[in-house]
Design a binder for this molecule. Structure first.
Ligand code: CA
Length: 229
């Protein structure tokens, strides 16, 4: 799996631009415009790296930066508006790993994400991952999933759901997160249709389907397999 990058940015256009570039570079991308939601994701240890706009509508971006640094796990690249020297200083004091000043080149940002992850010792190269003693194999680079050695013939949405829940096995993904990951944009009313895609995905996994993609009532879905060492 490509490393998971969380983009926290309340400007939707910038958010979606970053998603496109980062996904093309092989990363698994989650986005949110909410600092509160970002705090939850960081607390869950979801992202390998956070791209963070400090000016958020609900929570001060600095809180998100502080949380990521406290965990000592997720490096942070801060997005600052030109001339916001104060943001830069605040971020520096709190130990951001890099800065990009708006307006920025998405290509340059992708390079910086790679460089920071490399420094952090994470692998930015997408690779095949195996789950449940090799029963499920997911090759992010090839967009290919195998169940018991057989390639699954998945629609892009089914692939997206499976790849998303496999990012952190056992972690529950809300329907909102799955849409966000799968569709690449927020789509009102789409949440219910996630259920029918999950149903089709399970069908393709055969009798084990409901155990592989498990329902967590009232919350969402999770992968019911452990990642193999
Ligand atoms: Ca902002």
């Amino acid at each position: 799996m490509g490393d998971t990058v969380l983009v926290v940015e309340d400007e939707k256009e910038i958010r979606e631009l970053l998603r496109r570039y980062l996904e093309r570079a092989g990363f698994t991308v989650l986005t949110t415009g909410s600092g509160a939601q970002a705090l939850n994701m960081v607390a869950d240890g979801v992202p390998a790296l956070v791209v963070l706009d400090l000016g958020l509508p609900d929570v001060d971006g600095v809180e998100v930066l502080r949380a990521a640094r406290q965990r000592g796990q997720a490096p942070v690249i801060v997005l600052t508006a030109r001339g916001e020297v104060e943001d830069r200083i605040r971020g520096l004091e709190l130990g951001a790993d890099d800065y990009v000043t708006k307006p920025f080149s998405p290509t340059e940002l992708v390079l910086r994400v790679r460089a920071v992850l490399h420094r952090a010792g994470a692998t930015a190269q997408p690779a095949a991952a195996s789950f449940g003693d090799g029963r499920l194999r997911i090759d992010q680079g090839r967009h290919e999933a195998r169940w018991d050695g057989e390639v699954l013939d998945l629609t892009p949405t089914e692939w997206g759901i499976l790849a998303a829940v496999a990012a952190v096995p056992g972690r529950v993904y809300s329907r909102y997160e799955l849409i966000n990951r799968v569709r690449g944009y927020e789509f009102e009313g789409y949440e219910r249709t996630i259920d029918s895609h999950v149903k089709n995905l399970r069908h393709k996994l055969g009798a084990s389907g409901p155990d592989v993609v498990q329902t967590v009532l009232g919350v969402g879905y999770r992968l019911g397999l452990r990642r193999d060492p």
